[in-house]
Design a protein around this ligand. Structure first.
Ligand SMILES: [Zn+2]
Length: 594
C-alpha cells in the first residue's frame, strides 16, 4: 500500500477546480494530505447544533474560553464546529477497517444456549456472544454504565463488554454455516460479503445473483466461474479478470462479449481466439486441448473504469458525480474517501448504502447527518454509535433501537441532552480525543483478523506500536487421518485422478493438505471436489486464505497514481501503476488500440 502523493492531490485540485486550502501532516503516518475548499464546505455542514438558553451558553463559554474557537452561539443555538481531520485518508481507512472481521471464522459455544457454532469471534475474546437467531429476537435491555469515568473509551468499552453481540452477520441463508456478511443464499461454503449466492465456495463479494462459482472475488450475475476476479454476467470462465458478458473461456483479461477464447486480453465480441489471434472453430478446438496453463502476456489496462460519471477521479465508478478518492461506487454524488458504496450523497469516509451527510462510518445505511457509526442503520443526528438502528440524537451508544436523546445508553430529556453533549465534546477536545473514528483499542478483533490487515498489512510489533490489538489465538489443528504435503498431491488434474484413482478423491476428504505457502493445513469439501472433477481442474495446493490474498493482490492497489499514458504519454491519474507486463493507456488510446 502506498500513500496518495502530493502531486496527485494537486492534479485533482486543478482538474476539479477545487483549491487546496491547507496541507496537513497525518499524526500517525506523517504523510502530507490536502484539505480542499470542498472539504471545508462539507465539514461545516457536519457541525452539531443544540438549542440551549443564553444563561447556559454564557456559563459554558466561560468554562471553555481556551477552546472557544470550536463553538458559536447564534439565535438560541449553540453550534459545535466539525474540525478537519488529523489523520490522512489512508490512516482513517485503516482504522475503520480494523473494526471489521469478515473472514476469520472460529468454533465457539453460544453464551446463551451453549451450542457449538461458527463465529467471527475467537473463543478467547471477552465479549458475550449469542447465536444470531437468538440475538435478533432477544429482548434488548441496553446496558448502562454504572459510573461515568469521564473517559469515553473506557465507558464504551464497559458497555461493549456487557452487550451481547451476534456470532455472524448472516440473514435468510440455508445450509451456509461457514459464511459471514451473507444474505439470501443457499448451500454455500466459506463465502463472505455476498448477496444471493447458491452453491458457491470461497467467493468474496458476490453481488446480485451468482451460482456455482468457486474461488472468485467480485462477481455479479455469474455462474460456473473459477479463480476469477471482477466478472459481470459471465458463465464458465476460468482464471479471468475484469470481464463482462463472456463465456466458456480461459485466461481472459479486460474482455467483453467473448466466448470460447483462450489467453486473450482487451477483445470485444470475439470467439475462437487464442493469444488474441483468430482461429476457426475446428482449429480452436484442436489447439485448445494441448494448451498449457502458463500465461505470459502483457496486459493493457484502461486508466480507470467509469460509466457515465462527471468530475470523478477513481476506479470502478458507475453514475457518479463529484466523487474523488473513492472506488466501487454506484450512483453517488459528492462522496470522498469511501469504497463499496451505493446511492450516497455528501458522505466522507463511509461504506455501504443510501446515507446522506455522513462521515467516518463503517457500514452506514440510510443514516442522515451522522458521524462515527459502526454497523448502524437509519439514524439521524447521531455520533459514535455501534449497532444502533432507527434512532436519533444518540451520543456514544451501543445496541439501541428506536431511541432518542441517549448518552452512553442512558435516556435523557431533550433539554438535558442538549446541555450534556456539548459538555462531553468540550471534554473530548480538551483531552485531545479529537473527532475521529473509535479508538483502535475498542476494536473487537486483533488487527491480523481484520480487513485492515488485508489492505494495510503490518507485523505484530508495528500494529501494537500503532495501538492496534493483535490476536495470537490459533484454531486447533483439524482432526484428520493424515496431513498431506502439497507436493505429494497427484500432478494430474482431477478428471484424470477420477479415472485412475477414484478412491483417492474419496479419501482426501478425511485428509488435510499442508499449504504450499503458509504451511497451514486445510481441508476440502465434497462440493469442491465435484466441481474440480466436473471442470477438470487441479486440486488446490494453497490454503483458501492464501488463494483469497493472491486474488486481492491482483486487484488494483487502492492507491491512485499520476502516470503517463503508455501510448501518447499524456499525463493522467490511474489506479494502475505501469510496470513490467502492464501497459496503462488513456481512454482515447485504449479504444484506438482495439
Ligand atoms: Zn494515450
Amino acid at each position: 500500500m502506498e500513500y496518495t502523493s502530493r502531486e496527485v492531490y494537486e492534479y485533482i485540485s486543478k482538474k476539479a477546480n477545487d483549491p487546496i486550502v491547507e496541507w496537513k501532516k497525518c499524526r500517525v503516518s506523517w504523510q502530507e494530505f490536502a484539505i480542499y475548499q470542498s472539504d471545508i464546505d462539507f465539514y461545516s455542514k457536519m457541525n452539531l447544533v443544540f438549542e440551549v438558553d443564553e444563561w447556559f451558553v454564557n456559563e459554558f463559554l466561560e468554562k471553555n474560553t481556551d477552546i472557544k474557537k470550536y463553538f458559536e452561539y447564534k439565535d438560541g443555538k449553540l453550534e459545535i464546529k466539525m474540525p478537519t481531520p488529523t489523520l490522512c485518508p489512508e490512516e482513517r481507512e485503516r482504522r475503520r477497517f480494523s473494526f471489521m472481521n469478515e473472514q476469520c471464522l472460529y468454533k465457539r459455544d453460544c453464551d446463551h444456549s451453549w451450542k457449538l457454532l461458527i463465529w467471527i469471534f475467537s473463543p478467547d475474546k471477552p465479549y458475550i456472544v449469542y447465536d444470531q437467531d437468538f440475538w435478533r429476537t432477544f429482548n434488548r435491555d441496553p446496558y448502562k454504565i454504572r459510573d461515568n469515568k469521564n473517559n469515553f473509551d473506557d465507558n464504551i468499552s464497559d458497555i461493549l463488554l456487557h452487550t451481547p453481540i451476534a456470532n455472524r452477520a448472516v440473514l435468510n441463508c440455508e445450509n451456509s454455516d461457514y459464511t459471514n456478511q451473507v444474505r439470501e443464499s443457499r448451500n454455500s461454503y466459506m463465502c463472505f460479503n455476498c448477496i444471493e449466492i447458491e452453491d458457491c465456495l470461497y467467493v468474496y463479494k458476490g453481488v446480485s445473483y451468482n451460482k456455482n462459482c468457486v474461488d472468485c472475488d467480485n462477481v455479479d450475475h455469474c455462474s460456473l466461474c473459477y479463480e476469477s476476479i471482477n466478472l459481470k454476467n459471465c458463465m464458465s470462465l476460468f482464471y479471468c479478470q475484469n470481464c463482462s458478458d463472456c463465456s466458456d473461456s480461459w485466461y481472459l483479461i479486460n474482455c467483453i462479449g467473448c466466448h470460447d477464447c483462450f489467453n486473450c486480453n482487451n477483445i470485444e465480441n470475439k470467439s475462437y481466439c487464442i493469444n488474441n489471434k483468430q482461429y476457426t472453430k475446428e482449429e480452436y478446438n484442436e489447439k485448445i486441448s494441448d494448451l498449457k496453463e502458463e500465461n505470459h502476456w502483457i496486459i493493457t489496462y484502461l486508466w480507470f473504469t467509469q460509466k457515465d460519471c462527471d468530475l470523478s477521479f477513481w476506479d470502478s465508478l458507475v453514475w457518479c458525480k463529484n466523487t474523488i478518492f473513492s472506488s466501487e461506487l454506484t450512483n453517488c454524488e459528492n462522496v470522498k474517501y469511501s469504497c463499496d458504496v451505493m446511492g450516497m450523497k455528501n458522505c466522507y469516509d463511509t461504506r455501504w448504502i443510501n446515507a446522506q451527510f455522513c462521515l467516518e462510518s463503517y457500514l452506514a445505511g440510510e443514516d442522515y447527518h451522522c458521524g462515527f457509526l459502526f454497523e448502524s442503520r437509519s439514524n439521524v443526528n447521531s455520533r459514535y454509535c455501534i449497532y444502533c438502528h432507527n434512532s436519533q440524537n444518540l451520543f456514544w451508544c451501543v445496541w439501541l433501537k428506536n431511541k432518542e436523546y441517549c448518552i452512553y445508553n442512558r435516556q435523557y430529556t431533550k433539554e438535558e441532552y442538549n446541555k450534556i453533549v456539548p459538555e462531553i465534546i468540550a471534554q473530548m477536545i480538551r483531552n485531545k480525543q479529537r473527532w475521529e473514528f473509535f479508538n483502535p483499542k475498542l476494536a473487537f478483533y486483533g488487527y491480523n483478523e481484520t480487513m485492515a490487515m488485508e489492505k494495510y498489512p503490518l507485523e505484530k510489533e508495528q500494529a501494537i506500536k500503532m495501538w492496534y490489538k493483535w490476536s495470537d489465538y490459533e484454531s486447533p489443528t483439524p482432526k484428520v487421518e493424515k496431513f498431506v504435503p502439497w507436493e505429494s498431491l497427484p500432478k494430474v488434474w482431477c478428471r484424470t485422478i477420477q479415472e485412475k484413482k477414484p478412491d483417492f478423491l474419496k479419501k482426501i476428504l478425511n485428509y488435510a493438505i499442508v499449504c504450499e505457502v503458509s504451511k497451514k493445513p486445510f481441508r476440502l469439501v465434497q462440493q469442491e471436489i465435484d466441481f474440480y472433477v466436473k471442470y477438470n481442474l487441479p486440486l488446490p495446493t494453497k490454503h483458501p486464505e492464501i488463494r483469497h490474498k493472491e486474488r486481492f493482490l491482483k486487484k488494483d492497489s487502492g492507491t491512485i497514481f499520476l502516470v503517463n499514458c503508455d501510448s501518447c504519454w499524456k499525463n493522467m491519474l490511474s489506479v494502475h501503476k505501469p510496470g513490467p507486463g502492464k501497459n496503462v493507456l488513456c481512454e482515447k488510446c485504449y479504444y484506438n488500440d482495439k
